[in-house]
Design a binder for this molecule. Structure first.
Ligand code: CA
Ligand code: CA
Length: 183
């Protein structure tokens, strides 16, 4: 009997915890642009993981410890900063067309940045992406990752921070724009 009770508690607990849910209830459309600061809604460990114990940026979104940076040069006036190894962010997406995509990302780093990768269900969509020295934290530079294959439908893309560079960070990211390649 106790065993069954434990199982019940386990499942109920699972239901109460907030899962990774699309930002503002709407999956990001691909092809299209995903603001880095518009990661999924949900609890830490479900929608995101951030190493820093408290928000290092601005209070752009309530109830989050992801470090969002206010910056006038960025799309939507914000981006992700203070990125560290082991951190990750989920983005629920709706891919409209299967195919090969190029991801365009404005990034910034003072000195050479680090490595990150985009995954779906633990499978990397490309080789690790390096954030270069862009000449300063206040200087965004567009980098591209080509040859990303996506299938039509709903997915959760996870951006995983892999390794810090000489900058001490992975780097600042403004957005991810998915551009479909012509055949
Ligand atoms: Ca962080
Ligand atoms: Ca942005």
């Amino acid at each position: 009997m106790n065993y069954i009770l434990l199982i019940l508690i386990f499942f109920t607990g699972g239901l109460i915890r907030a899962d990774s849910k699309p930002y503002k209830g709407k999956a990001h459309q691909i092809p299209g642009k995903i603001e880095a600061e518009h990661y999924d809604e949900g609890d830490p460990g479900k929608a995101y993981h951030d190493i820093d114990k408290k928000n290092l940026g601005v209070g752009y979104r309530k109830a989050t410890q992801v470090d969002i940076e206010k910056r006038p040069d960025a799309s939507n006036g914000h981006g992700i900063g203070w990125t560290r190894k082991g951190e990750w962010l989920n983005y629920t997406v709706e891919v409209k067309e299967s195919g090969t995509y190029t991801i365009e990302m404005p990034v910034a780093s003072n000195k050479m940045g680090g490595l990150f990768v985009l995954e779906i269900k633990g499978k990397a969509l490309s080789l690790p992406i390096l954030i270069p020295d862009t000449g300063g934290w206040d200087k965004l530079k567009l980098i591209k990752c080509a040859g990303v294959k996506l299938t039509k439908g709903k997915h959760v893309i996870r951006v995983v921070m892999l390794a810090q560079g000489p900058s001490g960070s992975i780097g600042d990211i403004d957005y991810f724009r998915f551009v479909k390649n012509s055949k």
